[in-house]
Design a protein around this ligand. Structure first.
Ligand SMILES: NC(=O)c1ccc[n+]([C@@H]2O[C@H](COP(=O)([O-])OP(=O)(O)OC[C@H]3O[C@@H](n4cnc5c(N)ncnc54)[C@H](OP(=O)(O)O)[C@@H]3O)[C@@H](O)[C@H]2O)c1
Length: 247
């Protein structure tokens, strides 16, 4: 994000999964607006590189969000957190349902659903009572795309928790961003030619004519943290790709 302000000066922001992609872009948006930001990830080198790119008052903390003891130890030393973003990712659990390996689906829950839930629960005693939490889900939660029932289950489960938690945990605000396809390092696992063809095909059928950038999602995360009158919302950031066509 190119503009800066002092909107988050004096605020402590934690971005779980902040060493790449959407989490890194969100961390950069908060840092540019004066926040003290801690980004977490499992790989030390990726963390150090991200901290250098983000700049400002940013530090890195190596952590596996799937490890309950590591998550508890992190929050025990984190001090009071004003805004928490949980952007940890997973890739398992997709494919045609008839052949879907349920162990692979369980791995998908272990990589995304459980870490996000665990981090949120462990963070609660350390969050400012009227601060905010932003989960990152995925448009697959409601997209009805064949081969994504497993991803819909993982992300839909997270999205379903947002409204009740927003009421139960108030005045803490709980929101989620549900991105469409975003060009981040998450896609590095797909061979470049296949990825390019996929992105071009999606761009052609998406109302805004392109796939997303990490900064598109970061702007929404920043908005949800900054706007104290928004809670319980799952905000679609898809370029219109998920709009119903009436088919
Ligand atoms: N990109 C898309 O098209 C897209 C679409 C819809 C939803 N999303 C969601 O958006 C979120 C961010 O995705 P992204 O595209 O930005 O992915 P990304 O570029 O791969 O970044 C994921 C970040 O999470 C960290 N991470 C992953 N597992 C972790 C764990 N167990 N503990 C701590 N850190 C962990 C990664 O660092 P380490 O690997 O070093 O730990 C990295 O910093 C994910 O929840 C993803 O499902 C992405």
């Amino acid at each position: 994000m190119s503009t800066t302000s002092n909107l988050f000066t004096g605020r402590h922001v934690v971005v779980m999964g902040g060493s790449s992609g959407i989490g890194e872009a969100a961390a950069a948006a908060f840092a540019a607006d004066g926040a003290e930001v801690v980004v977490t990830g499992r790989d030390r080198d990726r963390l150090d590189a991200a901290v250098a790119r983000i700049g400002g008052r940013t530090s890195g903390y190596r952590l596996d969000a799937a490890d309950p003891e590591a998550v508890a130890a992190f929050f025990a030393q984190a001090g009071t957190v004003d805004h928490l973003v949980v952007a940890v990712s997973g890739a398992a659990g997709s494919g045609p349902f008839a052949q879907l390996d349920l162990a692979d689906l369980a791995t998908g829950f272990d990589a995304k659903f459980w870490p996000q839930v665990r981090v949120l629960q462990a963070a609660l005693p350390h969050l400012r009572s009227d601060g905010s939490v932003t989960l990152i889900t995925a448009a697959s939660a409601r997209a009805a795309i064949p081969g994504t029932a497993g991803l819909a289950a993982i992300n839909g489960a997270l999205e379903a928790m947002v409204p009740p938690l927003a009421v139960e945990l108030a005045p803490l605000r709980i929101n989620a961003v549900s991105p469409g396809v975003i060009d981040t390092p998450w896609w590095d696992r797909v061979p470049v030619e296949q990825r390019t063809a996929l992105f071009e095909g999606l761009a052609a059928t998406t109302p805004v004519g392109r796939v997303g950038r990490a900064e598109d999602v970061a702007r929404v995360i920043h908005l949800l943290a900054a706007n104290t009158f928004v809670t319980g919302v799952v905000f679609d950031c898809t370029g219109g790709a998920n709009l119903p066509t009436g088919r």
